[in-house]
Design a protein around this ligand. Structure first.
Ligand code: P6P
Length: 330
């Protein structure tokens, strides 16, 4: 498709090209795009209308100030609840699953999200993002059930992220490649800017927080030394979506490992690691927890954490090799 194609036109063309591609996603992706536009608008002027900070503060309009995480969560909930495609929603910002209200039409999918990842970076003007994942429900009844959400990443039907940076982009996959759309705020449209994104098999970048070196396993220490020996450069923004997006386009590996204190690391399986793993694999990259393919891990709980190794396939496999050789010698 020619660059500059609108998101809507691209989705319709995809449906024609791939009979398996469901038309349901056009409604869902349109709602996600709408949420992305609203959030982008707020994020880009956050410093002005003081929507940063914590609940209980009043802004210049005397309105209750919401944490940006709460604000973005509400924006997604409002735009997605009415689509008629969902039966339930899960979010990093909500302890339990949310049932689509009786008065709204319900559908056959469940939606999971980290509505605003990296929000601590917003007040220093560093790119942040929203990550989402969509599964077909397994249950049949009137209400969503936990089993609809606790599915391995391999069963995702759609995954993507919005990145609010020098420009706002929507990047997603429905299993037919990875495609990126850049928001033209002048016309309020997401326009095709990156069709069929493919991640280089080897990258020149490693992303990890080296302040935790003393807590790493011997295998991770050895791999990072190897990466330095290969002259990979260090890039770590402190915002997963920003680090992932750069590595997706340029090649590289992002690692958030488990350690002695937090054996499962910090990142969430269902709405951070699994959706980005779907994108990585669709872009010829790879993701694992250091041993098992991220897409094959069956979640046991909604907010389960998992170590994350994601990016260029060769680089992730090499990190796994160092860990199996040093941390788990057979
Ligand atoms: P640390 C942000 O809080 C986040 O979830 C990711 O976006 C980011 O990569 C990571 O945590 C940063 O964590 O421990 O390195 O500050």
């Amino acid at each position: 498709m020619e660059l500059g194609t609108t998101l809507t036109r691209f989705i319709i063309a995809q449906q024609r090209k791939y009979p398996g591609a469901s038309g349901d996603f056009s409604g869902l992706l349109a709602a996600i795009a709408t949420a992305g536009k609203v959030i982008s608008h707020e994020v880009n002027k956050a410093g002005l209308i003081d929507i940063l900070g914590y609940k209980g503060k009043k802004n210049i309009h005397g309105e209750e100030v919401q944490k940006l995480d709460d604000f973005t969560n509400k924006v997604f909930m409002r735009t997605l609840s009415h689509t008629g495609h969902l039966v339930g929603i899960a979010s990093e910002e909500m302890d339990d699953i949310y049932q689509i209200p009786e008065e709204y039409p319900k559908g056959k999918y469940v939606f999971l999200m980290d509505p605003l990842d990296g929000s601590s970076n917003i007040d220093v003007n560093i790119s942040i993002g929203s990550i989402f994942s969509i599964y077909r429900r397994k249950s049949q009844g009137p209400l969503a059930e936990m089993s609809d959400f606790l599915q391995a990443g391999r069963h995702q039907v759609c995954a993507g992220y919005l990145i609010y940076g020098s420009s706002t982009m929507l990047v997603y996959t429905t299993g037919y490649g990875v495609h990126g759309f850049t928001l033209d705020p002048g016309i309020g449209e997401f326009l095709l800017s990156h069709e069929g994104i493919q991640m280089p098999d080897r990258g020149g970048i490693y992303s990890i927080n080296e302040s935790y070196t003393s807590q790493w396993s011997g295998g991770i220490k050895a791999y990072i030394e190897h990466a330095k020996g290969e002259k990979k450069t260090a890039r770590y923004v402190g915002s997963l979506v920003a680090d992932f997006h750069r590595n997706l386009l340029k090649g590289g590996i992002y690692i958030y490992p488990g350690d002695k204190k937090n054996p499962n690391g910090k990142l969430r399986l269902l709405y951070e690691a699994a959706p980005l793993a779907f994108i990585a694999e669709q872009a010829k990259g790879y993701a694992s927890d250091g041993q098992t393919a991220m897409m094959d891990i069956v979640p046991k709980s909604l907010h389960q954490r998992v170590p994350l190794f994601i990016g260029s396939a060769h680089d992730v496999r090499q990190a796994e090799h160092y860990m199996s050789k040093i941390d788990n010698p057979s």
